[in-house]
Design a protein. Sequence first.
Length: 225
Amino acid sequence: MKGLFPLLGKKTDAQEEYYENSTQKWLPLADIKNGIIVLKDGRYIKLIEVLPVNFYLKSEVEQENIIFYFASYLKIAPDNMQIRVLSQRADIEEYLERLNRLSKNEQNESCRSMMYDEMEFVKGLSDNTAVKKRFFIVLEYSVKAFSSRDSSFSEAVRFLSDEAYKAQRYLSQCGLEVLDISDNEAVTDLLYTLINKHTSKYVKPGSYAQSTHDEIHTYERGETE
């Protein structure tokens, strides 16, 4: 995580100087611990991802239940809760490769023809910029809002974990699956995608983190030109 965002946590003088005019200098991130984003202004942020369902394919009764339970959650959700949507161009290469492999082993001519048609259809969707959407609930713990309480990191974790549980409990009644993003690498991956929407299509955070880490240590050893 610190390889990807070297300015998070404790920084060396070399890192401070090297990133003086970089994007990371003005990012509001201070650290990422236990899946919690720590901001420079003292706020703590937790992200949970909600896997969507097609509302219009549900029966009338199911739709009413979804509306009821979602409205019920909004009534008890924190005032500063946010719903964020991440739109990304759909990556269809893996799907096309899988179809191509299956078509080569398919003995039935009709099935093989259907696979070819499917591949052409998916390619057409890609040409028209098919979009994949991911939905997130952003939960926030602010020291100012809880000034009478212990404002330690452990208190922030307890509060955010409780709120994440409430969201999961209510939204599951809507038929929605809620993913708790509690892994530092998963949070880092998501932040990298948000900050580098273009680069993240071609560069995986892990490889970028390693190259950044190597670059920093090269600078610290005085090996840059």
